[in-house]
Design a protein around this ligand. Structure first.
Ligand code: OSB
Ligand code: MG
Length: 368
């Protein structure tokens, strides 16, 4: 397929409620959408990086610059035979995988639309319904957190993830476990701790958590291995697993027992599928993480979640938890049994609300 045009858009979107993690508070998003066009058909991707390098090294202005001046021109230089080539073509850039994923995932959407097949089938997905959990930020009070958990459970969600950070950890999790004795519960620290905290955090072992996500440094697989030795609760890695090779190394080192795969953290489908395959080979379950995506990124996360080894409920949930109005039509909805029914239309399977996208766009660049 010859790519005729790549359009970059930056949109501003406010979140319905602020989302707080150990690295900061998000009240609105600067969203980069990538549109890749060939013969009048468009594929779409989203770059869910933050305005500052807080989750990983990436940030919005760097992504925009890299897409406009480095990545999009490289992709336009020579024809791309298939979407599976795009990842390798963009690999000349070190890191910045979420930025690359904007283009890579758009190319997969485009290819599936040209073939008139749903993207999830095109990548070999094996289920038509995916299990959903929710990720809940740090709250001002335990009461506030309890109220939100009650609402999410009433909506059908199958597991609750709460964010923890120093000052909001063992006691907060204990209070939630006492109030919800049988709920599937887990905690995500986003690298807020070091091995010095391991003994204190081991108190979490009494609270029957499904897993503790990324307690230690983003780049420290060895410390996680040491912590996992002392901890009964499974460690799940998020930030530390950027490539399939990292997944292999973490598994070899016994640094985790579960992996959160984020499609964009991996740089797109090619690497995310490799990660999934590595984990499956080692009988390690995975689930799909989120980055507060709009409907575009969310639709891609749904497609990825249909692969066989995504056996645990992910952080992929309904549009209305994040935005008053989403960029896609219909919005992503969750059934009362806490699942998303995977769409049957070609590509990502949802229509784009182009008028609304235009209305929210604050900058746009066409690269040819
Ligand atoms: O660590 O999983 C994370 C959001 C932004 C950055 C990192 C993370 C998250 C979430 C939210 O947990 C997941 C979602 O609801 O999209
Ligand atoms: Mg996480």
């Amino acid at each position: 397929m010859k790519i005729d045009r790549i359009t970059l858009r930056e949109l501003r979107m406010s979140l319905l409620s602020p989302f707080e993690t150990s690295f900061g508070r998000t009240t609105d998003r600067r969203v980069i959408l990538v549109e890749v066009e060939s013969d009048g058909v468009s594929g779409w991707g989203e770059v869910p990086v933050k305005p500052l390098p807080l989750y990983n090294e990436e940030f919005v202005d760097a992504s925009w610059f890299l897409l406009r001046d480095g990545l999009a021109p490289r992709l336009l230089k020579e024809p791309v035979e298939e979407a599976a080539e795009v990842s390798g073509r963009l690999d000349f850039i070190r890191g910045h995988r979420m930025t690359r994923a904007g283009l890579e995932t758009a190319a997969w959407d485009l290819e599936a639309k040209r073939l008139r097949v749903p993207l999830w089938k095109h990548i070999g997905g094996a289920r038509e319904e995916i299990d959903c959990g929710v990720s809940i930020g740090v709250k001002a009070t335990i009461e506030e957190l309890i109220e939100q958990i009650e609402r999410e459970l009433a909506d059908g969600y199958q597991r609750i993830k709460m964010k923890i950070k120093p000052g909001w950890d063992v006691d907060a999790v204990r209070a939630i476990r006492e109030r919800f004795p049988t709920t599937r519960l887990m905690a995500d620290a986003n690298s807020a701790y070091s091995l010095a905290d391991a003994e204190r955090l081991s108190a979490l072992d009494e609270l029957d958590l499904m897993m503790i996500e990324q307690p230690l440094a983003h780049d420290d697989i060895l410390d996680h291995a040491e912590f996992q030795k002392r901890l009964k609760t499974p460690i799940c890695l998020d930030e530390s697993i950027v490539t399939a090779r990292h997944a292999e190394q973490a598994i070899e080192q016994k640094a985790c027992r579960i992996i959160n795969i984020k499609l964009t953290r991996a740089g797109g489908y090619s690497e995310a599928i490799l990660m999934h395959d590595v984990a499956r080979m080692h009988h390690m379950p995975v689930w799909c993480g989120g980055m507060l995506e709009t409907g575009v990124g969310r639709a891609h996360n749904i497609a990825l979640s249909t692969l066989e080894n995504f056996t645990l409920p992910g952080d992929v949930s309904a549009s209305k938890r994040y935005f008053e109005r989403d960029l896609i039509d219909p919005a992503v909805e969750v059934t009362e049994r806490g699942t998303i029914l995977v769409p049957g239309k070609p590509g990502i399977g949802y229509d784009l609300d182009l008028e609304y996208i235009d209305a929210l766009t604050v900058r746009r660049e066409d690269v040819r």
